[in-house]
Write a protein that binds this ligand. Structure first.
Ligand SMILES: Cc1cc2nc3c(=O)[nH]c(=O)nc-3n(C[C@H](O)[C@H](O)[C@H](O)COP(=O)(O)OP(=O)(O)OC[C@H]3O[C@@H](n4cnc5c(N)ncnc54)[C@H](O)[C@@H]3O)c2cc1C
Length: 310
């Protein structure tokens, strides 16, 4: 870590609490933390991290991440406001990965470009949204991605066409964590005046406010929907509710009484409590249905980086 501090003395912060960077408001301290302000800085920092074999992890807005109570023994990179530019050209938008997704959706709508309305209520960075192929109403951002510019494993900037992004339900090639989406070009196929889109956007936000617990810290939906589970038992929220978990608590962590596929932090909750509740739900659902539910959120292990929860 010292080599990194020596090379970027202004940028590297040490012993930074991760809780404020997590939507769940959970997490201990990271040894190092850098708010990246430009593509050039990102390239240079990653080069040093790789040559010095320093453990690192990239985060967006932390809306789909569980940080451990023990924090992270490495350096966390977060794309800052310096990486949040948007450039429209006719029916295309080139957008940097640090952009706030609802702002992108609104800017597109104001130009009469349609196709991204479903993301208006998702509190993500555009890079995080691309990594997760996030979306709502059975859509994913990958549907309108034309290209993604990424920092490759080898440290070069490469442009991937959509066909090479490996988009599928809540998944993309960026899931592996060794490539960083730096910017994307989105291609809109439909034109629709803003006056027509505005009520649609407001309707989506109203519906989300009605259905989801918005006031308490969470990670959005905890479990992915699966066709197998859906067909036999319904969506994850219904299954979890039917198994009696709604309102169940582990310390300060609770299965939301509003929507059982949300786990909320009532204040002071820990990663141990979240993982214990998540595992109990997975084991119970498996025992009763034979189906293993997959968590949608990602867990940052203090020493192993992002790992699958089992
Ligand atoms: C209240 C609430 C509602 C939500 N509703 C929805 C919803 O409707 N639909 C939906 O799909 N999701 C939803 N989510 C989940 C979450 O917002 C999405 O998964 C989102 O895409 C995560 O973006 P982020 O910037 O917060 O990424 P983070 O949570 O910070 O990171 C998630 C993953 O993306 C990786 N990542 C981040 N940036 C980049 C990048 N530039 N390049 C490569 N990898 C990157 C990280 O390493 C990590 O593995 C919701 C979450 C909350 C809290």
């Amino acid at each position: 870590m010292q080599q990194l501090i020596d090379q970027f003395p202004q940028a590297v912060k040490t012993d930074v609490s991760l809780a404020p960077y997590s939507w769940w408001k959970i997490g201990g301290t990271a040894d190092g933390f850098i708010e990246i302000q430009s593509q050039e800085q990102l390239v240079q920092v990653v080069r040093v991290l790789k040559t010095q074999s320093i453990r690192w992890c990239l985060i967006g807005r932390g809306t789909n991440l569980l940080f451990d109570d023990a924090g992270f023994r490495g350096c966390v990179l977060r794309l800052g406001n310096g990486m949040a530019q948007m450039r429209f050209q006719q029916n295309k938008l080139t957008v940097q990965a640090g952009c706030w997704t609802p702002a992108v959706a609104l800017a597109a709508a104001r130009r009469g470009l349609s196709g991204i309305e479903h993301t208006i209520g998702i509190p993500a960075s555009l890079g995080g949204l691309i990594c997760m192929n996030g979306g709502s109403q059975r859509k994913g951002i990958g549907d309108i991605v034309e290209t993604v510019t990424a920092l490759s494993q080898g440290g070069e900037l490469v442009v991937y066409p959509r066909s090479e992004c490996d988009f599928s339900y809540r998944h993309s090639r960026f899931h592996m964590g060794d490539e960083i989406a730096v910017a994307a070009t989105l291609k809109f196929i439909a034109h629709r005046p803003y006056e027509e889109q505005r009520p649609v956007l407001l309707g989506i936000l109203r519906e989300r406010n009605r259905k989801f617990p918005r006031k308490l810290p969470s990670c959005g939906s905890v479990f992915k929907s699966s066709p197998e589970l859906y067909e036999a038992y319904g969506p994850p929220g219904k299954v979890i509710e039917d198994m009696g978990f709604k309102g169940q608590r582990r310390g300060n962590i609770e299965v939301s009484a509003r929507h059982a596929n949300f786990i909320v932090n009532n204040g002071g909750g820990s990663s141990v409590e979240v993982l214990s509740l998540v595992r109990e739900i997975m084991q119970t659902v498996h025992a009763k249905t034979g189906i293993v539910m997959q968590p949608e959120f990602r867990y940052l292990h203090p020493e192993k980086g992002i790992v699958e929860i089992s």
